[in-house]
Write a protein that binds this ligand. Structure first.
Ligand SMILES: *[C@@H]1O[C@H](CO)[C@@H](O)[C@H](O)[C@H]1NC(C)=O
Length: 333
């Protein structure tokens, strides 16, 4: 009797010992569930004018900045928080962060993302239109001052013309390894016609993959190794495309890849995310969008950017006659 009891206790301890680490390892298989932290129903825009595809960055003095797609005659728009409170008032600055057209057509400059380098200077990734085409390629521009003016390197940084070009680059420094990365989108849907998101929806073979490229942390652009595909469009779930990748990491080391799906003119345009224990993937898609029409009264939210040690999310959504305004919210698990 005593022998059997000891055997059962021993067996239970062994099973427990095996099962516990397993259950820890598989924790994330149950799913990372992010949610928007916002009180009340409707969200109000931080920048209530056309300010699409925003990118968020905080100056060392505590002031927040955001950069956005061209509008109102400026290649790259800039906005600044009036106080250190990111949820407080913002103002759009009367400046163009990248006034020179350099290798681009000087039109349709999209989706900037600004990061600080080790030497204290800033690097801006942007999508510039090729002079001879409606296609875009990703460029890198630099400035010693956060608000610019940024000066572009002489040649595009990534320019896969055969595949439709590239857009929506965003930098990410992995705090656990110190390695620096850029994620971007192969603009496959631009191969279609000249309509707003190409002919993508109808063609199941059309690809708009999101890629990860490691770069030198010193200049933010010298490529290290080949690019890795993190995610691609699933027509039934994503419609015409996926785009606007943004990489970040949770406190427990889980990598989160935010992205948008569907054409930006479609009310189904949204903010989704996928996650992985490894920066190079495989990334697992969350089962639900993080933000979509009509959450918090928003219409077609997308183009998310994260910023700071806190979990802030800047994004755009349609705002009446004003184009795509910038909104900011907290998010968490
Ligand atoms: C912080 O620096 C930025 C960039 O030079 C400037 O625009 C902003 O006014 C500064 N903020 C404060 C509070 O000094």
């Amino acid at each position: 009797m005593a022998g059997a009891t000891i055997f059962i206790i021993l067996a239970a301890l062994i099973l427990y010992g095996v099962a516990m680490p397993l259950s820890f390892d598989t924790h994330r298989n149950h799913g990372l569930r992010l949610r928007i932290l916002h009180d009340g129903f409707a969200m109000e825009p931080s920048v209530p004018v056309d300010f699409p595809d925003p990118s968020l960055i905080r100056h060392e003095n505590g002031t927040w900045f955001a950069f956005a797609t061209n509008s109102g005659g400026r290649n790259i728009q800039v906005a600044r928080s009036r106080t250190r409170n990111i949820l407080g008032k913002w103002e759009r600055l009367d400046i163009d962060a990248m006034p020179e057209k350099t290798w681009t057509s000087g039109r349709n400059t999209w989706a900037p993302d600004v990061k600080r380098l080790y030497d204290g200077s800033y690097v801006m990734y942007f999508a510039g239109e090729m002079p001879d085409s409606h296609q875009h390629c990703v460029g890198v521009a630099r400035s010693d001052k956060l608000e610019g003016p940024y000066e572009a390197d002489p040649e595009p940084w990534v320019c896969p013309r055969e595949e439709g070009g590239a857009i929506d680059a965003a930098g990410f420094r992995d705090p656990t390894t110190g390695r620096q990365y850029v994620v971007y989108k192969i603009d496959g849907n631009s191969k279609g016609d000249f309509s707003q998101c190409g002919t993508g929806t109808g063609d199941p073979n059309l690809k708009t993959p999101l890629l990860l490229q490691e770069v030198s942390p010193y200049d933010g652009s010298t490529k290290i190794g080949a690019a890795t595909i993190l995610l691609d469009r699933i027509p039934a779930l994503d419609g015409a495309l996926i785009e606007a990748p943004e990489l970040t990491i949770r406190p427990d080391g889980t990598y989160v890849l935010f992205y948008s799906s569907h054409c930006f003119t479609d009310p189904k345009y949204d903010i989704k995310y996928a996650y992985s224990r490894n920066v190079k993937g495989p990334y697992r898609r969350a089962s639900k969008s993080l933000l979509q029409t009509p959450h918090f009264g928003l219409k077609a939210p997308g183009g998310a950017s994260t910023g700071g040690e806190m979990d802030w999310l800047a994004f755009h959504a349609n705002c009446k006659d004003n184009g795509r305004c910038m909104y900011i919210t907290g998010y968490g698990e």
